[in-house]
Ligand binder design. Structure first.
Ligand SMILES: [Fe+2]
Length: 202
């Protein structure tokens, strides 16, 4: 299939406090670039021979090595844009899950600390193994990504996400992001899960 980029124009015009239109436009362009590469890789995989894969170099092997970069680069951005735009409507389920892990302030401090680890992604997830909320840092788009996670909050910590508005002040950008979390969307993601084992007690 060919993926088509979504429009996030509604985030512009001051809808995300502290985020300028030029910053968002740049980011939308990068997101579309990842999607174009994902389409290119998936297309080439359908016509490239898989008969001589090789650790050092082979066209098929290179496509497979970069596939997750383009895929995650595309859909992490969609999750990021979609959990952006302040909305404080937190569902009871999310409130309970946050409280079980030390509360919202503790979780957000962990999310911020993960985002300060470097360029990549900071994630708040529900871990399917223990049913609890976790924060993780993923370098680039694909390095260190833990399996068995349902993504709840997705925070882009690449410089391109904030250099226009915040320069090198990564912490200021992260603070602005945390104030702009769309908790209504986070709640929708959480409440859509089968949480029968939530809390680690299946
Ligand atoms: Fe990004």
């Amino acid at each position: 299939m060919t993926y088509e980029p979504k429009s996030y124009e509604h985030l512009k015009g001051g809808a995300v406090k502290g985020f300028s239109d030029s910053q968002l436009d740049l980011h939308f362009t990068l997101y579309k670039g990842y999607m174009a590469k994902l389409n290119e890789i998936e297309e080439k995989l359908t016509i490239t021979s898989n008969t001589k894969p090789n650790y050092s170099f082979n066209e098929y092997s290179e496509l497979k090595r970069r596939e997750a970069v383009a895929f995650n680069g595309t859909f992490l951005h969609e999750l990021y844009f979609e959990n952006l735009g302040a909305d404080a409507a937190i569902s009871p389920g999310v409130q309970k899950a946050l409280a079980a892990q030390g509360g919202q302030d503790k979780i957000l401090a962990d999310l911020k600390a993960a985002a300060l680890c470097g360029p990549g992604w900071s994630l708040l997830t529900r871990n399917r193994r223990d049913g609890k909320l976790h924060t993780y840092f993923v370098a680039e788009h694909h390095l260190g990504l833990p399996i068995e996670q349902d993504l709840l909050v997705v925070l882009d910590s690449w410089e391109h996400a904030f250099m226009v508005d915040f320069g090198i002040r990564r912490a200021d950008y992260i603070n602005a992001f945390l104030e702009n979390i769309k908790w209504r969307e986070v709640s929708r993601r959480f409440d859509a899960l089968n949480t029968s084992g939530a809390g680690g007690q299946p």
